[in-house]
Design a binder for this molecule. Structure first.
Ligand SMILES: [Zn+2]
Length: 480
């Protein structure tokens, strides 16, 4: 068992084995978490599910892991949202953090060991920024903002594989007047009226997003990180900037490897809240069992892009039914043959097949977390178990071993095989048919029919809101 897992490092492009478990000590895993100004979408959860599978795989291979993920609870969009609602920024942050935690639990994603909030580490960030200023890696602008001198860090651009001129062309030229260079980025943002602010040697203000992770990762886990992760849309500028700041503070490597989860694509374009092409996971959860969503994620290697479509989700939904049927059938059979001693040859043959499946499964995960390959092994194992159930001379213990392995290995991929389906899909389909019939009635201005359909939906416990993007619906009992 004491063989290492290899992961592809974004910085070198190479597969780097972790030390074997016995030599690795505690693996420090940090990945970038949500900015809690609204509900997260399915693309965000693809990243989180990736690191969930990684943690489970590491634990399976005997590694001790300390995982930390930040909660960004101060940010421009949050401040805007709070102003629109006339509430404190912290109220918006706590509300969406709570909703995020619910979504995370529903998706079967184990909470990381530590979830530091940015606002709880501001003093530490100020300390780090002050060190960077002392070292000449950063400077204060006349308005009290502090910027990082990107060019002063020799490795700048290496993580995203860009040279500085390419970055300069691609860089969003931010309006800050006090910057020495377009490439420089804010460590500290001087206070603007109406915004929350904290004290600092440069006057009141708030930290920039990048310094948050550099500071908290080091304080919460310690350096070097064994694995720094996040979505691949964070490689530039966020991780490039995190790395530059961290290594300007301490020249030793900030992270021993960088691991990035691929994008989720909607119609070939990145799923993004700001592009408005993806709804919150909360809406999807109403239509699809979260475990079907997890199975869908497993259809692509974590580092590759994955295209969302109704067809792909329908296939995942059908696959989940098959996966669970194997377990249900085997359990029922196990009850029926309880205590039965089987033929030794039959039992040994099943044991051997299970052992080969375990080997293939572990090899797949050790090879840069190849979940689609591991997934395929488990579908095969499901077929093996189905066949075994039909074998009259099978003993109950051999079947119990095979079933236990099947359930455990699906668990490593984050799929709970034991559960009942969490969504009444027939009911959801009926609701969606009525919602679109009502939409069609409204389009042809048949108000009587539209009202009749609304009443029918309400009788089913559905609340409808008509928005510019069309009708949205939710269950009456659902929190919004
Ligand atoms: Zn980060």
């Amino acid at each position: 068992m004491d063989r290492p897992i290899a992961l592809r490092d974004t910085l070198t492009g190479e597969r780097v084995p972790l030390d074997p478990p016995a030599a690795a000590g505690t693996v420090r895993l940090y990945y970038c978490g949500p900015t809690v100004y609204g509900d997260l979408h399915i693309g965000n959860f693809r990243t989180l599910a990736t690191f969930d599978v990684l943690r489970r795989a590491l634990a399976r291979f005997g590694y001790r892991v300390q995982a930390a993920m930040n909660i960004t609870d101060i940010d421009d969009k949050m401040i805007r949202r709070a102003a629109e609602e006339g509430v404190a920024t912290s109220e918006v942050a706590r509300r969406y953090e709570a909703r995020f935690l619910e979504d995370q639990a529903a998706m079967g994603i184990a909470p990381p060991d530590r979830m530091p909030r940015a606002t709880e580490y501001i003093e530490a960030m100020v300390e780090d920024i002050a060190h960077l200023v002392e070292r000449g890696a950063a400077y204060a602008a006349p308005d009290g903002s502090v910027y990082f001198r990107a060019r002063a860090y020799p490795g700048y651009g290496a993580l995203s594989g860009q040279n500085l001129d390419a970055i300069r062309v691609g860089a969003r030229v931010e309006p800050e007047a006090g910057k020495e260079d377009d490439l420089d980025f804010a460590l500290w943002k001087a206070h603007r009226p109406g915004e929350p602010a904290w004290p600092s040697p440069w006057g009141p203000g708030r930290p920039g997003w990048h310094i948050e992770c550099t500071t908290m990762a080091a304080r919460v886990l310690g350096r070097p990180l064994d694995i720094h992760g996040g979505g691949s849309d964070l490689v530039f500028p966020h991780h490039e900037n995190e790395r530059a700041q961290a290594e300007a503070l301490d020249p030793d490597p900030f992270a021993r490897r960088w691991v990035h989860a691929g994008l989720l694509l909607m119609d070939g374009v990145k799923a993004s809240k700001s592009l408005g092409n993806v709804g919150p996971l909360r809406e999807l959860r109403r239509r699809y069992d979260p475990m079907a969503v997890r199975l869908f994620f497993l259809t692509a290697h974590y580092a590759h892009p994955l295209s969302w479509s109704e067809e792909a989700m329908d296939a995942a939904r059908a696959a989940l039914v098959r996966v669970r049927e194997v377990a249900t059938r085997a359990r029922a059979h196990l009850r029926a043959i309880a205590g039965r001693a089987g033929s030794e040859a039959v039992d040994l043959a099943l044991d051997a097949q299970v052992r080969r499946a375990v080997q293939a499964f572990d090899d797949a995960l050790r090879d840069d977390l190849n979940a689609p390959a591991a997934n395929a092994v488990l579908f095969d194992l499901g077929r093996t178990i189905n066949q075994a159930v039909g074998e009259p001379e099978l003993g109950s213990e051999a079947l119990a071993r095979a079933l236990g392995t099947y359930v455990d290995l699906w668990g490593v991929l984050g799929v709970d095989v034991g559960g009942e389906t969490a969504v009444d899909e027939d009911r959801v389909r009926r609701v969606e048919a009525l919602v679109s019939a009502r939409q069609a009635a409204r389009m042809r201005r048949d108000w009587a029919e539209a009202d009749r359909l609304r009443a029918e939906l309400e009788a089913m416990g559905v609340v409808i809101e008509d928005t510019r993007e069309g009708a949205r619906w939710r269950w009456q009992t659902e929190r919004v």
